[in-house]
Write a protein that binds this ligand. Structure first.
Ligand code: PAF
Length: 294
C-alpha cells in the first residue's frame, strides 16, 4: 500500500490506475480504524479494483465544543489495518493540504432538508463541514464508488442527496453497521467510554430492536413504543438527544402512508456521544429487521 499526503500525488496514482482500466473506490474515514471501517474496505474491494482510503480528521465538521483536539489518532495501527485489508492507497493529508486558504475562505457545500433535524439540529454546521470535505475527496479521486457506513445514517443520506443534487458521477454505497457481540455499534468514539458506560451502552441497540419488533408486530409506529425507550435509555444514565422514527429514504417525519422506517437514536453518556439506527421495512416482500441486520 502506498501512502500519500498531497492531492497531486494521489491524483497521479489514481490516473495510473485509470490508465490500467481499473475501477476506483474511495473509503473516506477519520482514522482510528476499527472492524467497521475495515468492512468498508472489504465492501469497496468487492466493487472496485483499486481502493483508496482517506484518513483526515476534518476540522470543518467539528463544533467549537466538540472533540476535535482529543479525537483519537492512531496512524501506525491504521496503516497496518489498511495493509492487511488489501487497501491500495492511503491518502492522509494535513489540514493545509485540504484547506490551503484556510477554512474561513473555503466554499461550503450545504445540503438542504436531509441535513436539518436530528444530528443537524444539535451539531450545527456539522453536515456542511462533512459535505464540503466529502465533495473535495470525491472531486480529488473521482471514484466510481464511494463507501460509507450505515451507522452514520443521516450522513449517508446527506451524501446521497448531495451526489444526486450536484450530478456527481460516483455511486454511493452504504455498508452495514458492524457491532460488538453485545450489540453496541463499533465507533471510534467508543474509546471514550468508561467501563461502566461501556457496560450500559448496548441499551441503545436493545431499544432499537425493541422498537423494530414492536413496529413489526403492530404494523405501525406508536407514541408508546418511543416513550418506553426514552425512559429505558434515560434510566441507563444517558442524556437522550433523540429517539425517533423517520422515513427511511428521506428522513422526513412520518406520514400515515410510510412503510419503510428508520429508528434513529443519539444520546450522551459521560463525555461520549453515541448514535445508532435500525431500519424496519413493512413493504410487502421485505425481510424482517433481524434478517436485515444479522
Ligand atoms: O464518517 C466519517 O468518518 C466522516 O464524517 C467522513 C465521511 C470521513 C468525512 O469527514
Amino acid at each position: 500500500m502506498l501512502t500519500v499526503d498531497t492531492v497531486s500525488s494521489l491524483r497521479a496514482l489514481v490516473a495510473r490506475a485509470r490508465g490500467e482500466n481499473k475501477k476506483v473506490a474511495l473509503v473516506p474515514t477519520m482514522g482510528n480504524l476499527h472492524d467497521g471501517h475495515i468492512s468498508l474496505i472489504h465492501c469497496a474491494k468487492q466493487r472496485a479494483d483499486f481502493v483508496v482510503a482517506s484518513i483526515f480528521v476534518n476540522p470543518l465538521q467539528f463544533g467549537a465544543n466538540e472533540d476535535l483536539a482529543n479525537y483519537p489518532r492512531t496512524p501506525d495501527a491504521d496503516r497496518e489495518k489498511l495493509v492487511n485489508a488489501g487497501c491500495d492507497v492511503l491518502f492522509a493529508p494535513a489540514v493545509e493540504q485540504i484547506y490551503p486558504d484556510g477554512m474561513l475562505n473555503q466554499a461550503i457545500v450545504s445540503v438542504p432538508n436531509v441535513s436539518e433535524g436530528l444530528c443537524g439540529a444539535i451539531r450545527l454546521g456539522h453536515f456542511d463541514g462533512m459535505a464540503t470535505v466529502v465533495t473535495k475527496l470525491l472531486n480529488i479521486v473521482q471514484p466510481d464508488v464511494a463507501v460509507f457506513g450505515e451507522k452514520d445514517y443521516q450522513q449517508l443520506a446527506v451524501v446521497r442527496s448531495m451526489v444526486r443534487d450536484l450530478n456527481m458521477v460516483t455511486d454511493v454505497v452504504g455498508a452495514p453497521t458492524i457491532r460488538a457481540a453485545d450489540g453496541l455499534a463499533l465507533s471510534s468514539r467508543n474509546v471514550y467510554l468508561s467501563d461502566h458506560e461501556r457496560s450500559v451502552a448496548p441499551v441503545l441497540y436493545a431499544c432499537l430492536k425493541q422498537t423494530a419488533a414492536s413496529i413489526q408486530a403492530e404494523g405501525r409506529v406508536t407514541e408508546r413504543q418511543l416513550i418506553e425507550c426514552h425512559q429505558r435509555i434515560s434510566d441507563a444514565g444517558f442524556q437522550l438527544e433523540y429517539f425517533e422514527v423517520r422515513n427511511a429514504q428521506d428522513l422526513k417525519p412520518l406520514t400515515s402512508s410510510d412503510t419503510h422506517f428508520v429508528i434513529l437514536v443519539a444520546a450522551r453518556i459521560g463525555k461520549t456521544r453515541l448514535i445508532d439506527n435500525l431500519t424496519v421495512d413493512l413493504r410487502p416482500s421485505k425481510r424482517s429487521p433481524e434478517e436485515q441486520h444479522p
